[in-house]
Design a protein around this ligand. Structure first.
Ligand SMILES: NC(=O)C1=CN([C@@H]2O[C@H](COP(=O)(O)OP(=O)(O)OC[C@H]3O[C@@H](n4cnc5c(N)ncnc54)[C@H](OP(=O)(O)O)[C@@H]3O)[C@@H](O)[C@H]2O)C=CC1
Ligand SMILES: CC[C@](O)(C(C)=O)C(=O)O
Ligand SMILES: [Mg+2]
Ligand SMILES: [Mg+2]
Length: 356
């Protein structure tokens, strides 16, 4: 274990491969409920690590063929839970409470309920029996990368939390699980169900998914409305985003500022905070408050009870945004991009003369 912030005022515990005791999981059976983004990655990584895995899916599940052709044993969620020491709940957050109601009769004292996100425990949608361990290993990544990294011999950073420790070995078993899915190769940070849930929801709403999608669309629309071509707007505001974020991923903001031109650096440093200004900050604080108070969780639960009317409407609106059509067309053309290099630039001279 390393203390990642030894010279700062707070500390976090980071666990690596050497901190995990695989005997905590090697003779156990893990039921992975769901075979979607996280489920397929956990199930295959656990199996490839030598752990006995059974995948729990509905009789008519569209994921059954995939799990079976990946060489995994498949049963219904109830049958899988009945065989398991550890039940890893990797169906969508919104269906976890009803799946839990189905399988809870199969949990024996000393078994483990394992999650990859704390939503249903934190917001009290699942009330586990007191005699089971309740833990979380949450890879901080989409599931498909959890699998790809494992296959490449690399790891995916993850979070570990213990909500209930009935056996006294909940944390050690969770670390062994993290080892078997490859997370301790990269590092596992200890947190709580509350902190994971609230930071994860805030991050995906305000920054990672919601914030960035709105930033891209507003930038695109600003350029197109000002008369620039849709293709230029797409390249500038969406396509190049990945290249810039890759630099931040590799070396923080400094690597990005160090790689872009001084002109971009000065323009960005003087203009960025005008875009994401104190109003955006106030909106972020309001979004965080909705997460902390449970208002967002209640809205999402109610939305699901009503069969997601707002969700489907917003999803259709997003799919029909012009940037999606432009992007699909341009991505299809990338392979032919070299042909365009010979094209003469016949555009008018539109340079702007600056006053002294
Ligand atoms: N997506 C991600 O990368 C991340 C997800 N998480 C967390 O991981 C958990 C799983 O999320 P995610 O992987 O996105 O889930 P998915 O939406 O990818 O899960 C789909 C799987 O769940 C099955 N499923 C759906 N409904 C039911 C049901 N009623 N009964 C049984 N099986 C069902 C589906 O099978 P079927 O064919 O039967 O519908 C399918 O196999 C969540 O807690 C999420 O917050 C955490 C970190 C990142
Ligand atoms: C960023 C979205 C995420 O939280 C994730 C992949 O970590 C999710 O819920 O899918
Ligand atoms: Mg997340
Ligand atoms: Mg999330």
């Amino acid at each position: 274990m390393s203390d990642a912030n030894a010279d700062t005022e707070f500390t976090i515990d980071v666990y690596y491969d050497d901190d995990a005791d695989r005997s905590q999981i090697d003779d156990k059976t893990v039921a992975v409920l769901g075979y979607g983004s996280q489920g397929h990655a956990h199930a295959q990584n656990l199996a490839d690590s030598g752990v006995d895995v059974v995948v729990g899916l509905r009789e008519d599940s569209s994921s059954r063929d995939a799990a079976e052709s990946d060489g995994l044993r498949v049963a219904t969620p109830v049958e899988a839970a009945a065989q398991a020491d550890i039940v890893s709940v990797l169906v969508p957050d919104t269906v976890q409470p009803s799946v839990f109601e189905d399988i809870k009769g199969e949990l024996e004292p000393g078994n483990t309920l394992q999650f990859a996100h704390g939503f249903n425990i934190h917001y009290n949608q699942i009330q586990p029996p007191e005699d089971v361990d309740v833990t979380m290993i949450a890879p901080k990544s989409p599931g498909h990368l959890v699998r790809r990294n494992y296959e490449n011999g690399e790891g995916t950073p993850g979070l570990l939390a213990v909500y209930q420790d009935a056996t006294g070995t909940a944390k050690q078993e969770a670390l062994a699980y993290a080892h078997a899915i490859g997370c301790t190769r990269a590092g596992v940070v200890e947190t709580t169900f509350r902190e994971e849930t609230e930071t994860d929801l805030f991050g995906e709403q305000a920054v990672l998914c919601g914030g960035i999608a709105s930033l891209i669309k507003q930038g695109y629309e600003t350029l197109v409305d000002a008369g620039y071509s849709k293709e230029m707007a797409y390249f500038e505001c969406l396509n190049e985003m990945k290249l810039i974020v890759d630099l931040m991923y590799e070396g923080g903001l400094g690597a990005m500022w160090g790689s872009v031109s001084d002109t971009a650096e000065f323009g960005g440093l003087t203009r960025g905070d005008r875009i994401i200004d104190e109003h955006a900050r106030a909106n972020m604080e309001a979004v965080l408050e909705e997460v902390q108070s449970g208002e967002f969780a209640q809205e999402w639960i109610t939305e699901n009870q009503a069969n997601r009317p707002k969700y489907w409407q917003l999803r259709a609106q997003e799919e029909n945004h012009e940037i999606e059509e432009v992007g699909a067309r341009l991505r299809g053309l990338f392979a032919w991009a070299e042909e365009d290099e010979e094209t003469e630039d016949e555009s008018e001279d539109e340079r702007i003369t600056l006053s002294e």
